[in-house]
Design a protein around this ligand. Structure first.
Ligand code: 6XA
Ligand code: ZN
Length: 343
């Protein structure tokens, strides 16, 4: 399997994440990638290459122009304003406020374009997000070119990012870029299968009213888990997209026996939808020892999940999302890929 990895991810390394009222070292940190790379190499998956330059036009087609301009210029504006810390949004356009008027002030603008305050922006965040997007784009190109599967080792991740908001460690929605590129590459219908512990609110939002991109997500129930405000089972799509969103929220303590049934449900729905290509939002934070999640998957379960996904028989782009049990992140990620390859 061809693997795409950009060194640029290192440029995004905020020092602080707002967690439980403290500023802690972010769970989403550069070393995650090293663990995945080391495990890939240990297992003989050594076809690891740098992506092509990002396709900026495709990113512009996916995202709101004001949002992209914000991401690209935020750090310089923040520094020019005289702020000394990292960009952490603190004011948001919530219920009964103005949601269509981005402020001029950079502190206000950050809140306008942010959906969750744990995620800091620093010098280099934009470049890292572009490099991450480039990995997804190059992996998709490989699949369009005939590969059965390709792995984009995306960092920062993407599935919480909407067309105009960052948060949950995400800035550009890599899985959505991949899905759009697969469509443009000739697939009539595409599916995004999100197995990260957290609901892929950004991906759902981007495709909610469309029937050409099916979205299925297995995740911690919104009553109990980030991102809290989306991912209920009764969100099924709107307009032409009615029926093309499938949410499978699960309770704290969910074991693989239950999770794998949900996976089979998602797989059956993807088959029924007639998808010709697949994007997997590959987070491994459903792992039992993940520090910020509450499912109980063990490492061999990820191999089994990869095998089941391969059963769809679809050309597949894997995009890295979350997973924070640092040493197990490499094992669990590569287990999914090996399960897929071996099937
Ligand atoms: C914020 C938790 C963000 C979780 C991000 C993630 N308290 N998403 O892993 O998949
Ligand atoms: Zn996650």
């Amino acid at each position: 399997m061809r693997i795409f990895h950009s060194e640029t991810h290192r440029r995004h390394f905020p020092q602080g994440e707002l967690n439980g009222g403290e500023l802690v070292t972010p769970f989403e940190r550069p070393s995650r990638v090293e663990y995945v790379l080391n495990r890939l190499k240990d297992r003989g998956l050594t076809d690891i290459v740098a992506p092509d330059a990002p396709d900026r036009a495709a990113i512009a087609a996916l995202c709101d122009p004001g949002y992209l301009e914000f991401l690209e210029t935020a750090w310089d504006q923040w520094v020019a304003e005289g702020f000394r810390g990292e960009i952490i949004a603190a004011s948001f356009p919530v219920r009964r406020m103005q949601t269509a008027r981005p402020p001029r002030n950079i502190d206000g603008k950050a809140g306008y374009y942010c959906l969750a305050a744990e995620t800091a922006i620093t010098n280099g965040t934009w470049e890292a997000a572009l490099g991450s997007a480039a990995c997804a784009q190059s992996a998709t190109r490989a699949v369009i070119g005939g590969a059965r599967g390709a792995f984009a080792l995306c960092r920062p991740p993407g599935h919480h990012a909407t067309a105009d908001m960052y948060g949950g460690y995400c800035f550009i929605n890599n899985a959505a870029l991949a899905a759009e590129a697969l469509r443009a590459g000739g697939a009539g219908r595409v599916a995004v299968l999100d197995i990260d512990f957290h609901h892929g609110n950004g991906t759902q939002d981007i495709f909610y009213a469309r029937d050409d991109v099916f979205f299925a997500s297995l995740h911690g129930a919104p009553e109990d888990a980030f991102p809290y405000f989306l991912g209920y089972a009764d969100e099924t799509g709107s307009g032409a997209g009615e029926g093309a969103t499938l949410n499978l929220p699960m309770a704290p303590g969910t074991p693989y026996a239950t999770w794998s049934q949900a996976l089979d449900t998602a797989i059956a729905a993807i088959r029924a939808h007639g998808a010709e290509a697949l994007v997997v939002s590959l987070g491994v934070d459903a792992y039992k020892d993940d520090p910020i999640s509450f499912f109980k998957l063990d490492s061999p379960d990820f191999t089994d999940a990869g095998r089941r996904i391969a059963g769809l028989g679809l050309p597949t782009v894997f995009c890295m999302e979350g997973g924070y049990a640092i040493e197990a992140v490499g094992i669990n990620t590569v287990n999914v890929l090996e399960g897929f390859e071996g099937a």
